[in-house]
Structure formats: C-alpha cells, structure tokens
Design a protein around this ligand. Structure first.
Ligand code: FMN
Length: 276
C-alpha cells in the first residue's frame, strides 16, 4: 500500500464507460469488507455504491452537482456519527477504501463539500451523516489542457516537512535537510502525502521519543455548514500513518494523552505510541 500512496492522485475525469458488472460486484464486496474495519476510535462506517443510472434514487441528486467531475459512472458514499470520533474514524475508513480502489486501477477523489447532505440521508444509518462521496470509475487520460491546468494549480503539491512535523514541541521543527535521517521519516512522509480538503495539509505531528502526537491546524474561515469537514483530514492522515507502521510490522497503540503538548493554534487529536 505504501507504493499506492506514493502514486495516488485525485482523479476527476473518467472514461465514458459504465462499470462492468464484474467490477460493480467486486466493489460491492470490497465495501462490505471495509464495513468491518474499525477506525482508531472504534467506530465502523456504513458504505454504499451509488449507481447513477437509478434516476429516482438519492444518487440522482449527485448528477450534475460536480461540474468538474467528468463522466463518473458511479459514486461511493459512507455514513457515520456526526461526532469528533465518528468523523476521524470515517476519514480513516473511507481513505482505506479509496487506497484499495486505487490499487485496483480505479480513479477516485474525496468530495467533502458541494452537495446537500440531507439529500443523501435517506440511505444512511439512522441519525448518521454522509460526510463525503467519491466518484469511482476508469481514469481518463489527461488532456494536455488538464495537464496544463493541473500543473498551474499544483493540486497535489505538498508543503515542506519542517512546516508540519516537530521534535518535542512546536518550537522545534524537523529541519528539511535532516528530515530523511529522522527515524520516523517514512511514516511522516506518508502523512505528508495524504489528500486533504482544499489541499490545506492541516496535520501536524510532534515526535516525542516513541510517541507521535497528532494535531489539526484549522484553516480560518473554512466553511463547515453542518459538519466538521476538516476533522476528516485527520482520519485520512492516520490511515496513511498506519499503512507505514503495519507494513513495517511496528506495534503501536492509539490513545489520547492528558499530558500531550498543548497549543492554542492546534487541536490535539490523538497519540500513536510505538513499541521500541
Ligand atoms: C476531506 C476532503 C475533502 C475534499 N473535498 C473535495 C471537494 O469537495 N472537491 C474536490 O475537487 N476535491 C476535494 N478533495 C480533494 C483534495 O482537493 C485533494 O486531495 C488535494 O488537492 C490534494 O491533491 P491529490 O489528492 O491529487 O494529492 C477533498 C479531500 C479531502 C481529504
């Protein structure tokens, strides 16, 4: 999965092609499997494949909403509790699904805004919200124009290591010229490559011995409406971090520490404690 993370990009243009019945079946099976996956705070997520051919279903409301999503044959969506823990766990599980779909050659992109959540509530678990959807289909080859726009927007570029990751406290960034020598470089790099809403890259990590304290740097004026979209980013980052830890067979536990460093500018999320 590390390799999948290194190569993944948001895909917004698809081939004009329906999902084959075989692919629909394999995606449905995959979603069933990922409904068993628990996030770091112990919640599961309900997952759905939305078939855009069903004109009167809730999914028909998605059609046309995203003008910049081209030819998506289907969408996936999920539902969770609208709580801090529910949203972090949602980010974690939904990203696990998107990585697996990417590995199998499908294109996906997180869509956390621009749709009316209540339109999709009918199929969600009672009391749950639908924090995001993603198209799923066969990626189109980028036209030269899209390539040009993409390079201008630099949609997938990432800010330097030193602006995200720290040793001991927020006053001691891990210097970019030292980053690769850091014992946790590989894991932090996977966090840095995580997708995030508006590409704000709001995750911060303080490394303290074998502990990694995770924080959210909120973006002023981020438009939330009825749900804390920024919190989803933290679950996404935790999914990426755990891909690295699991591939290296590192044992760890996740908890919230009362004595984790505090800072007004950052919301404390959780701590990963690694076995030495
Ligand atoms: C929680 C979340 C919400 C997002 N919402 C949208 C969205 O509404 N529309 C969109 O085009 N991209 C959305 N994205 C995708 C990001 O814009 C994208 O991941 C980021 O620009 C980095 O590019 P990359 O995924 O190609 O690395 C979202 C990503 C996340 C994690």
């Amino acid at each position: 999965m590390k390799q999948v993370i290194l190569k993944r990009r948001s895909i917004r243009s698809f081939k004009k092609k329906e999902l084959t019945l075989e692919d629909q079946a394999s995606i449905k099976k995959l979603l069933k499997q990922f409904e068993q996956l628990k996030g770091p705070f112990g919640n599961t997520v309900r997952l759905y494949l939305l078939n855009l051919n069903e004109e009167k279903g809730p999914e028909s409301k998605l059609v046309g909403l995203y003008g910049y999503i081209k030819n998506a044959p289907a969408f996936i969506a999920g539902s969770t509790k609208n709580t801090f823990e529910g949203l972090v766990d949602y980010g974690y599980v939904f990203q696990a699904v998107l990585l697996e779909l990417t590995k199998r050659g499908f294109g996906t992109v997180w869509l956390g805004g621009d749709f009316t959540r209540s339109d999709l509530k009918s199929f969600a678990r009672k009391g749950d919200v639908v924090p995001s959807v993603s198209p799923v289909g066969y990626p189109a080859k980028l036209s030269w124009r899209e390539k040009f726009l993409r390079s201008r927007q630099e949609a997938h570029t990432r800010e330097p290591f030193s602006s995200k990751f720290f040793n001991g406290n927020f006053d001691t960034p891990i210097r970019d010229d030292q980053a690769q020598k850091h014992p946790f470089y590989d894991y932090l790099e996977l966090v840095r490559l995580a997708p995030s809403a508006l590409n704000k890259q709001p995750w911060r990590v303080i490394v303290d011995g074998q502990k990694l304290h995770l924080y959210l740097r909120r973006t002023p004026d981020f438009k939330h409406k009825d749900l804390d979209v920024e919190m989803l980013n933290m679950g996404v980052a935790m999914q990426h971090l755990e891909v690295g830890l699991n591939e290296d067979k590192r044992r760890f536990k996740v908890s919230r520490f009362d004595d984790a460093p505090k800072n007004k500018a950052y919301d404390y999320i959780a701590t990963y404690e690694l076995d030495a």
